[in-house]
Ligand binder design. Structure first.
Ligand SMILES: C[S@@+](CC[C@H](N)C(=O)[O-])C[C@H]1O[C@@H](n2cnc3c(N)ncnc32)[C@H](O)[C@@H]1O
Length: 413
């Protein structure tokens, strides 16, 4: 850390400590109440200053804003936790951290090193799952947040928060353990200066530490970017992609002692968890014509390279060898795909598409695309008329040719 960042971190730690005092907690509650009431920030800060003092007002307001944001992800826990905007940005979902912790500990490990604890999401999940946790971070603000949060949530007795560099700790790992722990969670920072770092060598800790940890500590799990190239995943580990509500949220690499398959797609839909696994590369799905149903595979199924398994299950084929849209004769009730009934298929041409929609009384469409340069919102606007019918228009390639599929047509009355 450069001297300026160090000074800034020391000031943030001082403010966090002030907010953890009884007076600080009152100021924080008051700030949150003002925020929840939608009070104008200038007026709210003036009131806070007069009620809580100038020293507490600013920090209470800043942290209350993060607490308000954290509610969506952390639920009732958010009311007791502290976050900075940076730590909240980097925090995973607690329900997925709990799932990860349960799986990591299922083999019998009782102590875990959380290498890069940030605000403590994984540390808390691990402690709640029954582990003793060594929460490590290079950043003093992260350590302060974790220490405060484990205390606030009643798991501090099982957590030790320490300063340390995960790169050095992993380099020193011996006998399947790191920092004296039989298991590890590593969640490298994949952002720097507000920007996403696409190159894993630029993560902190970098990719070399990820590989070293998976090789040296068999009971370990590493959170990686969902866009990670399959070629990067070392042999003998399991790679898992997780989606929630149709959006990819995380990707994990499981060390050899906890890996049970080659690739796993975990799809969380309506609170239910569905898992699709393959012990070896299933290869690509076969291609075929567009039939009565079009299926859009879930992003976790696509990223994990398991589209062909979903295709087999559905009796479906790809509409184009290079595009992840499937088609089948029968409807599917499957967590692996979102399905659309195909009503019309035509070569993509704006004039002809417009004429067809007009002739069918369709005035509003949702546009989806894959393998096409069109801009969905623009096309939806261009196709809009007063007609009351609705449809989903899918623009894609079918056997190499730009094609429009008009799906799920719904006409009033
Ligand atoms: C993505 S965050 C972890 C988020 C956490 N798992 C959660 O869900 O809340 C990464 C953390 O690793 C820390 N970090 C980065 N490089 C590190 C290193 N070499 N050693 C220890 N911690 C490091 C960062 O300070 C940051 O707090």
């Amino acid at each position: 850390m450069d001297p300026e960042s160090e000074q800034q971190a020391a000031e943030t730690v001082r403010q966090l400590r002030a907010l953890a005092t009884p007076e600080g907690a009152v100021a924080l509650d008051r700030a949150l109440a003002l925020l929840d009431a939608g009070t104008d920030p200038v007026a709210a800060l003036t009131r806070l200053r007069s009620e809580a003092g100038t020293d507490l007002a600013g920090p209470a307001w800043g942290i209350a804003r993060q607490r308000q944001r954290a509610r969506a992800t952390f639920g009732p826990d958010a009311e007791r936790m502290l976050f900075t905007s940076d730590a909240l940005e980097q925090a995973g979902r607690p329900e997925l951290a709990a799932r990860r912790a349960a799986r990591l500990l299922a083999g019998g490990a009782d102590s875990v090193a959380d290498l890069g604890c940030a605000a403590g999401t994984d540390t808390i999940a691990l402690a709640r799952a029954g582990a003793r946790v060594l929460a490590v971070d290079v950043d003093p603000v992260a350590r302060e947040l974790t220490a405060t949060n484990v205390e606030a949530l009643g798991v501090a007795d099982d957590v030790w928060v320490v300063a340390g560099d995960a790169v050095e700790l992993v380099a020193a790992a011996r006998g399947g353990e790191v920092a004296g722990c039989g298991a590890a969670v590593l969640d490298p920072a994949r952002r720097a200066g507000g920007k996403r770092q696409l190159d894993p060598d630029r993560w902190s800790p970098p990719w070399s530490t990820v590989v070293e940890l998976l090789a040296k500590v068999p009971t370990s799990v590493v959170k990686v970017a969902p866009g990670l190239d399959h070629d990067r995943a070392p042999a003998g580990i399991e790679a898992e992609w997780v989606s929630v509500g149709g959006f990819i949220v995380e990707a994990l690499l499981w060390g050899p002692a906890v890996a049970t398959t080659w690739r796993r797609a975990t799809v969380v839909r309506g609170g239910e968890v569905h898992e699709l696994t393959a012990d070896a590369d299933p290869g690509p799905a076969t291609a075929g014509p567009v039939r009565s149903w079009l299926h859009e595979p879930d992003p976790a199924v696509i990223r994990s390279g398991l589209v062909s398994l979903a295709a087999d299950e559905l009796g479906a084929t790809l509409v184009d060898p290079t595009i992840a849209y499937l088609s089948s004769d029968a409807a599917a009730d499957s967590p692996w795909v979102r399905s659309y009934r195909v009503d019309e298929v035509l070569p993509f041409n704006l004039k002809k598409l417009r004429a067809l929609l007009r002739s069918r009384g369709i005035g509003r469409v949702v546009v989806k695309k894959r393998g096409s340069a069109i801009e969905p919102e623009t096309l939806a606007r261009q196709l809009r008329t007063d007609a009351r019918g609705t449809a989903t228009v899918v623009v894609t390639r079918v056997a190499g040719a730009p094609t429009a599929l008009v799906c799920d047509v719904s006409l009033p009355g």
